[in-house]
Design a protein around this ligand. Structure first.
Ligand SMILES: [Mg+2]
Length: 275
């Protein structure tokens, strides 16, 4: 009974899955990061945003504080922000196929995001269709700024899931609920991400997919976190199929990232985080 109780408040455990796929949203499922896109085009701009990203990678500022700063530079009414993002941000070309495969194979997909749930849900609905409701989405919320309505100019601000954490949304908290399940219940945990918002998740899963050419790879290489590189979701689908069908192990796959990084095939170099 204790075992059942441990899994009782975890929706993704309801079907007793052998595998669960946790994933970042922005820049991982989508081609562009919707928050970067808003900041760069209708907020304070790309140069200042990138300064914040690099300061965060180098531990000069918390992710939460740099992200709050970015979001507060976007003053457009919230309903217009949702529409603006839905009109402009595109899905990774392989994600819809991956998601249909995951549904057929009892592999729940759980989105863990540092973005805001209303924007994520609107994008998923447009990009994946009605099946998007089968995905659990855990992100941050949005609330009123200065007592205004969120749908007026300067009226909204991001409300963090874990305001006490420097991550704002500490993704490791949710992941540990699964990784701490008893051995006979614990599913194999996959995670896909691309950037600084994934640092809190990087150490917690069995196989980390890190996006080619993005910040998460530098971090993993520096901190000795095993990973494998992906370019789009067709790579993730192919690797997951191999593992689910028993043709490869997660341990073998997790070694591959370092080799790609060392040979230059991961699309990044150490200079990017220090320049
Ligand atoms: Mg991301």
């Amino acid at each position: 009974m204790g075992v059942q109780n441990a899994a009782a408040d975890l929706p993704a455990m309801k079907s007793n899955p052998k595998f669960i796929f946790f994933t970042d949203f922005d820049g991982t499922i989508t081609q562009q990061d919707s928050n970067d896109f808003m900041t760069d085009t209708i907020g304070y701009g790309q140069a200042k945003r990138r300064e914040g990203n690099i300061a965060c990678l180098n531990d000069k500022i918390s992710f939460r504080d740099s992200f709050q700063d970015m979001m507060d530079s976007v003053t457009r009414p919230y309903d217009q922000c949702i529409q603006y993002v839905v009109d402009n941000v595109k899905l990774d070309p392989g994600f819809a196929e991956f998601f249909q495969w995951s549904l057929k194979n009892n592999i729940p997909v759980v989105v863990l995001s540092s973005g805001m749930e209303p924007i994520i849900k609107a994008l998923l609905k447009k990009l994946v269709g009605p099946d998007a409701e089968k995905m659990q989405v855990l992100g941050n919320q949005v609330g009123s700024r200065d007592g205004k309505d969120i749908n007026e100019e300067g009226g909204w601000t991001i409300l963090f899931r874990h305001p006490e954490s420097g991550f704002g949304h500490d993704k490791s908290i949710e992941l540990r609920k699964y990784s701490s399940l008893p051995e006979d219940q614990r599913p194999t945990m996959f995670y896909a991400g691309d950037g600084v918002s994934d640092l809190s998740a990087a150490r917690e899963t069995d196989l980390l997919f890190a996006k080619k050419g993005h910040d998460l790879i530098n971090y993993c290489a520096r901190e000795n976190v095993p990973f494998t590189v992906f370019e789009d979701w067709t790579n993730i689908l192919a690797k997951c199929k191999e593992i689910v069908e028993g043709k490869a192990t997660v341990q073998e796959a997790a070694k591959a990232g370092f080799e790609a990084y060392k040979s230059g095939a991961a699309g990044v170099n150490n200079k990017e985080t220090t320049e």
